[in-house]
Design a protein around this ligand. Structure first.
Ligand code: FES
Ligand code: FE2
Length: 361
């Protein structure tokens, strides 16, 4: 295995172990997921003082909370005996540990510690409060970084802000629904299939058909295919759009984005949706989906009717990809070699980024 890692370091791109080996997956978690900024949810879910939501990914448990209009992230673990502090989502003025009732403020400071006096042996550590995770907000998305001393989010996402988050007004849209799937597939396969056009007329022949895409030049750690089209990509051709177009968009364009390491975003003229994949094991992952629409459409009385054909389209396209990648998983881990046509250049580009991030010291 170590020989494989060093060959990978030297520039080869395909290894079946990348889809099946425990060690490979652990290395991805430590070198990619624990170092990069990761999108973890929406600012609107922690809009009010005291709002919080929890997240269990990569064998970590964290929670995001709004403390006096600052969005912060903490490990969801009590500094006393390691109790899991919170579950789900909600609103609370403080964090009360369910084990011994110690109380922490929403900015992580210890507030009260019934049963233990200040100065008791071993207690100093608890006085440091909850352990922070770096957290930033941009484009209506909350991002975290597990490393001690991360680079800036701005540097990492580069032109994503000016090419996607700002023109599609992702901060102003309403995320009206999130859902998740547990898949028997390596986390990379969903992202790979999202960025290639060759499977579309075949796997999605009834739902999408043919698409003509070109590469958008990007800066930062993401890549993008775009499609000039006056129609939304969130509906089949023969269905009339019911959502309002995104007002800030000055060009009729759809952008398919892979934001490294694990976020696939489709931004189209009347909606934005994403699929984010989290490794569970080398051959399983959780994919979290979110769907955003213009606020003015969401607030209409007939929104439930308007959104029906969109939901029908999204769920068909998503289930077609989920089926194909779970079958891909069964073969790709046994393949001795593969090749990419010119229509799959984006998959190779993703592998190039993985390789460079994988070998960073
Ligand atoms: S484990 Fe939290 S107060 Fe004891
Ligand atoms: Fe697809």
């Amino acid at each position: 295995m170590s020989e494989i890692f060093s060959t990978y370091d030297e520039g080869e791109s395909f290894f079946p172990d990348a889809y099946a080996s425990e060690r490979w997956c652990e290395r991805e978690k430590s070198r990619l997921f624990k170092k990069k900024w990761l999108m973890v949810g929406r600012e609107e879910d922690v809009r009010n003082d005291g709002d919080f939501f929890c997240l269990d990914v990569l064998a970590e448990s964290i929670f995001i909370t709004n403390s006096d209009n600052n969005i912060r992230a903490f490990y969801n673990v009590c500094p006393h005996r390691g109790m899991k502090l919170r579950e789900g989502h909600g609103n609370s003025a403080s964090v009360v540990c369910p084990f011994h009732g110690w109380v922490f403020s929403n900015n992580g400071e210890i507030f009260s510690h019934p049963g233990v006096r200040d100065g008791e042996e071993g207690f100093d550590n608890c006085l440091l409060g909850l352990k922070k995770v770096h957290c930033e907000v941009t484009g209506g998305f909350v991002w975290i970084n597990f490393s001690q001393d991360p680079g800036s989010l701005k540097d990492q996402i580069g032109s994503l802000e000016e090419d996607v988050l700002t023109p599609f007004d992702t901060g102003g849209l309403t995320c009206y629904k999130v859902e998740e799937s547990f898949l028997q597939a390596n986390w990379k396969l969903y992202l790979e299939v999202g960025m290639e056009n060759l499977h579309i007329p075949f796997v999605h022949r009834g739902s999408i058909g043919k698409q003509s895409l070109s590469r958008l030049k990007t800066s930062g750690e993401w890549q993008c295919l775009e499609m000039e089209d006056a129609e939304t990509a969130s509906l089949p051709r023969n269905i009339k759009a019911g959502l309002r177009n995104i007002e800030s968009l000055d060009r009729k364009v759809t952008r398919f984005c892979l934001v490294y390491p694990n976020l696939f975003i489709v931004a189209t003229i009347d909606s934005v949706w994403w699929a984010q994949t989290w490794p569970v094991s080398p051959e399983t992952c959780v994919v979290k989906f979110g769907f955003c629409v213009p606020k003015s459409s969401f607030e209409r009385d007939d929104f439930d009717e308007i959104i029906k054909p969109y939901e029908c389209h999204w769920s068909q396209v998503i289930s077609e990809d989920e089926a194909i990648i779970q079958r891909h998983q069964k073969g790709v881990k046994k393949a001795s070699s593969v090749f990419y046509t010119r229509y799959e250049k984006e998959v190779e580009k993703f592998h190039g980024w993985l390789r460079s991030a994988f070998v960073e010291p």
